[in-house]
Ligand binder design. Structure first.
Ligand code: 9WN
Length: 461
């Protein structure tokens, strides 16, 4: 058996439990999910290209195949909208029929909006902007190699800086006309944490109208429907898409009449971190001074926005429902978002919350890894998607933020614990927090990708 080959049943549980085995196995997952120049998030459940998945995938690939990492992002950015928006899904024309819903036909974006790319099919939503983090990782890993790698990466940064800048400018303007420093989302799918209790109150206010018929495909790919959002949630998800299509994806129209309009703290924090990386990329790419000044202003505005989202009562930051003019009260991992911006003045409170029994200090946790929703939340569910399970990509974000905030010892313990989880449970999409049972899809690409990034730390001096 070659190193990266996975015997039957092996993907659910990496039986050896030896962390050194994780590296070739993770690279193997990415190789098997790879289609030409991009990577499926999962073998069957997600047959198209997803935006923030691809960013994480590129970040992991940077360690094993820098060139393939660049093509992952280039394929995604080739489908950028005229507004600068990077679509949340680029549909794969070769995906098996009826494999994912809503599909390209249901979205029909190029027919409804002139801003959509005409030669391909994309969704009309977007997802958190992890891309600049990946581009920076591509640069860092190339710098450790020969001249040729450095020259190619420099070219890649130069070619792609304008696309990243346009993407971030879109988020700072169309998605924040108030200048609050916080990004507005139009759909829970834009948050990437779809059925998180973060969105319950805002979603409950959405009254579903006449929906064209549809058939869910996602339930065919998991063992148990409780691991996925409910039918009631799906009806609302699809109704919101219907409304966005009726608005022809026009931002001003959506802003005026859409029933789900929410300031997303996690998305906004990722944007702050991504803008910090964009500044570095701008430097390498020799970007104009006025653009660098603008990016710095976005960072400052983002920090202020996060500070204004702070809840002293919960020791976390919260999302904000623009339609009902109300904070969305939920204890979820997203509440640690200010850490992404260095958490000035809030670090102590955030660490207290993080290590309290509401999160990592919960006595029943299988491992001290962040449950997506606090077990102390009434709406917590240990098997249901973003309502409780541990998601390795969120552990990765928390790890990076802790390290960035100077909490290196905490970050290191988190990294090792997260690797132990993968070595025991394989590259699942998410994990039951009390038993460690792998849930959702097997062989999830971004889980493998963050493992590669974590393991690369072992090689560092
Ligand atoms: C809807 C691909 C995506 C992730 C999201 C995750 C899930 C899609 C779905 O899968 O969302 O976009 O069908 O449930 O919630 O974060 O990008 O892995």
């Amino acid at each position: 058996m070659k190193e990266e080959e996975v015997p039957e049943g092996f993907s659910r549980r990496v039986r050896t439990g030896v962390p050194e085995r994780v590296n070739p196995l993770a690279a193997g997952v990415l190789r098997r999910n790879s289609i030409k120049s991009w990577t499926k998030p999962a073998p069957a459940l997600y047959p198209h290209q997803w935006s923030w998945d691809s960013a994480f995938i590129a970040l992991g690939l940077a360690h094993v195949d820098n060139h393939r990492a660049t093509s992952e992002l280039e394929t995604l950015f080739a489908n950028q909208w005229a507004t600068g928006k990077v679509p949340h899904i680029v549909f794969n024309p070769e995906a098996p029929p009826r494999s994912y819903f809503p599909d390209a036909e249901r979205w029909n974006s190029s027919a409804i909006s002139e801003d959509a790319p005409s030669g391909s099919h994309t969704s009309g939503l977007c997802q958190p902007p992890v891309h600049a983090l990946a581009v920076r990782r591509i640069w860092e890993t190339a710098r450790g190699r020969d001249e040729q790698h450095v020259a190619r990466a420099r070219r890649f940064l130069g070619d792609n800086y304008p696309r990243l800048y346009a993407w971030h400018r879109y988020l700072a303007s169309a998605r924040d006309p108030e200048g609050s420093g916080l990004v507005t989302i139009y759909h829970p799918w834009e948050s990437g944490t779809d059925n998180s209790p973060r969105w319950d109150a805002a979603l409950e206010a959405v009254v579903v109208g006449d929906l064209p018929p549809y058939e869910r495909q996602d339930l065919n790919h998991v063992d148990d429907p409780s691991e996925r959002p409910t039918d009631a949630e799906y009806a609302r998800y699809l109704w919101l898409i219907e409304l966005i299509k009726r608005a022809r994806c026009d931002e001003a129209t959506i802003y005026k009449q859409h029933p789900f309009l929410v300031k997303d703290a996690l998305f906004s924090a990722i944007l702050v971190a991504a803008n910090e990386d964009l500044l570095e990329i701008a430097e390498v790419a020799g970007a104009p001074e006025d653009e660098r000044v603008e990016i710095s202003a976005w960072i400052e505005r983002g920090r202020t926005g996060l500070e204004n989202s702070w809840s002293s009562e919960l020791g976390l930051c919260l999302d904000y429902d623009l339609r009902r003019d109300a904070l969305l009260r939920a204890r979820t991992v997203a509440g640690f978002a200010p850490l992404a911006a260095g958490a000035p003045g809030r670090l102590e409170s955030l660490l207290r919350t993080l290590y309290s029994p509401d999160f990592l200090g919960h006595p029943a946790l299988h491992r001290a890894l962040p449950p997506s929703t606090s077990p102390a939340e009434a709406r917590f569910h240990p098997r249901s998607y973003w309502r409780g399970p541990v998601w390795p990509v969120l552990s990765w974000l928390l790890w990076r933020w802790l390290a960035g905030a100077g909490e290196r010892a905490h970050a290191e313990v988190l990294r090792r614990t997260a690797l132990d989880q993968l070595s025991e449970g394989g590259f699942a999409e998410y994990f039951e927090p009390f038993t460690g049972e792998p849930l959702g899809s097997d062989d999830q690409s971004w889980t493998a990708a963050v493992a590669l990034d974590w393991l690369a730390r072992d090689a560092e001096p």
